[in-house]
Design a protein around this ligand. Structure first.
Ligand SMILES: [Zn+2]
Length: 249
């Protein structure tokens, strides 16, 4: 029974965080302050009352429309909240209540925000990646003591690996992806190997599907979401995949 309460708490915390991430996704690329003005409808500009800003519940109560202008609230809003809620629950399921859970929910929140920004704007903002690379390093150095060198070593390794790809094929891999790889390396440490590999695998499959459907790719697809999907796989299953893989030798 207790267990269920924790799952619900993590789900709710994730929904609330997702609602904040939606603000981040909307405002950071548009260079609007995260604090002021308070939440507003992107269609009519009307301030959103607190009771219309409750994650998930308000969306359902308003039937997905703004109370003022009745325009549709973007489904993405709901999607960001639900994905974040489910990822928070998964962090609890895998890590219980520990500093690893904190590590997981920070990384998941960052990846949700970065993926949606990259999908819409094709950028990965430095204002997110740089401070959280430092935060991720600090937390993971602490978690890995006395082997303090592991997080910076794997972060730097991921950075250099992706930098080489960027230099060889600048059109396919932006500098934003390279910096993002450093950040996920700080959080994932040795699992970052799985994260990048899974990211390339998912990215290739998605690229192939797009090529088959559109005959040819008209524009480069953002790679940030694939690094993010790979990183989430690595966060939850990275150690097991590495064990399974090294078991062959
Ligand atoms: Zn409106």
């Amino acid at each position: 029974m207790n267990e269920v309460i924790y799952y619900i708490l993590f789900l709710v915390a994730g929904l609330i965080t997702g609602s904040f991430l939606e603000v981040v996704i909307y405002r950071i690329p548009r260079k609007i302050s995260l604090i002021r003005p308070s939440s507003f409808c992107p269609e009519c500009g009307k301030k959103i009352a607190f009771y219309d800003n409750i994650p998930l519940i308000s969306y359902l109560a308003l039937r997905g429309r703004c109370r003022n202008c009745k325009k549709r609230i973007h489904l993405k809003t709901l999607l960001v909240e639900i994905i974040t809620g489910l990822l928070f629950m998964a962090c609890y399921a895998f890590f219980g209540i520990s500093l690893y859970t904190l590590n997981g929910i920070i990384l998941c929140s960052l990846l949700v925000a970065i993926s949606f920004i990259d999908l819409e704007f094709g950028i990965i903002p430095n204002v997110i990646v740089i401070p959280f690379s430092i935060a991720g390093l600090a937390l993971n150095i602490f978690l890995n003591l006395p082997k303090w060198w592991l997080p910076p070593a794997f972060a730097a390794g991921a950075f250099i690996f992706m930098l080489i790809i960027h230099l060889v094929y600048p059109a396919g891999m932006g500098m934003g992806d390279v910096k993002l790889s450093f950040m996920v390396g700080a959080f994932l440490i040795k699992s970052v190997v799985v994260g990048l590999f899974a990211g390339f695998l998912v990215g290739s499959v998605a690229g192939l599907i797009l090529i088959i459907k559109n005959r040819k790719l008209r524009q480069a697809i953002p790679f940030g979401p694939f690094i993010s999907i790979g990183s989430i796989i690595a966060l939850f299953w990275g150690n097991n995949i590495l064990k399974w893989y090294t078991g062959f030798f």
